[in-house]
Design a protein. Structure first.
Ligand SMILES: [Zn+2]
Length: 281
């Protein structure tokens, strides 16, 4: 949602969860093969141009997509620290850099928002030629995250509470590690603060990406007018169009069973405290 709001600013393009372009869009074995424009990713004019631009001669789209997915396996969240500390070498860094440049060429965008959520890729982009990174580390209360994962969705899998908590801890520690290496271009933001005052939160991000004077797409009442987008996978709210109000999803407060809530609080306690969630108990 934040990516789609930012994309209402001139010069900003939101790619969605770009990492899944090949798995979902070409191989069709991911969670969701539709672009935010409604077309199949491989049939979307934008993504078919980008996919063709980064595919080497002599490889079919399916062969290349299988290659990319295997290269991505060398850059997972657990590799974030290693990727952060070493120069980027290998086919996935080359492919990701070429993809960003192809997107910029096809869209004319100055800023490409990639909401893939892999801290390893976030660490990687600081090493890519011609790419200047800016990071938004968006944190949500892990009890809200656990509740969200418990509910079945048609665009992603389901996780148990233990699994959700381990992932939440790992993803946040990895994101913090990237932030420590790039404090001047790193912004940590809570989902709850974003939904409480989206206009102020978006203003902070516009400043981060070097557009402090841009017209804020969020009105004073928290409403935003959403246009078309070309996003790779993600929450189905990416298909929303027209006037949209951003609101916090508070379902976990009544829905998450008490034992699961306690388990999450205990497991995530140090980070819960660091991110200021203990005040909300
Ligand atoms: Zn599209």
């Amino acid at each position: 949602m934040l990516g789609n709001v930012l994309a209402e600013t001139p010069g900003v393009f939101h790619a969605g969860e770009l990492r899944f372009l090949w798995l979902n869009g070409v191989l069709g074995t991911g969670s969701n093969g539709r672009c935010g424009c409604g077309a199949d990713l491989a049939a979307c004019p934008l993504w078919s141009d980008v996919l063709n631009a980064v595919r080497p001669a002599g490889r079919t789209p399916a062969e290349h997509a299988a290659d990319v997915v295997s290269w991505q396996a060398t850059c997972r969240t657990r590799h974030t620290w290693r990727v952060r500390n070493r120069p980027a070498v290998g086919r996935w860094p080359e492919t990701l850099a070429a993809t960003y440049h192809a997107i910029a060429a096809a869209t004319g965008a100055r800023v490409v928002v990639d909401s893939s959520k892999y801290a390893s890729d976030a660490a990687l982009i600081a090493h890519l030629d011609g790419v200047r990174p800016a990071y938004v580390h968006l944190v949500r209360d892990p009890r809200g995250v656990a509740w969200s994962w418990l509910r079945p969705k048609d665009y992603t899998g389901r996780r148990g509470v233990l699994n959700s908590n381990w992932h939440w801890i790992g993803f946040n520690l990895a994101a913090e590690a990237v932030g420590r290496a790039h404090p001047e271009t790193y912004l940590r933001m809570r989902y709850e603060d974003l939904t409480h005052d989206p206009r102020a939160a978006v203003a902070r991000v516009l400043e981060l990406i070097g557009s402090p004077g841009a017209v804020n797409p969020v009105a004073a009442d928290g409403a935003v007018e959403l246009g078309d987008n070309h996003t790779v996978t993600g929450n189905p709210n990416r298909f929303a169009r027209g006037p949209t109000v951003i609101r916090e999803d508070l379902g976990w407060r009544s829905g998450l069973p008490r034992d699961k809530r306690m388990l999450t609080t205990v497991m995530t306690f140090p980070l819960l405290q660091r991110y200021g969630y203990l005040r909300d108990m």
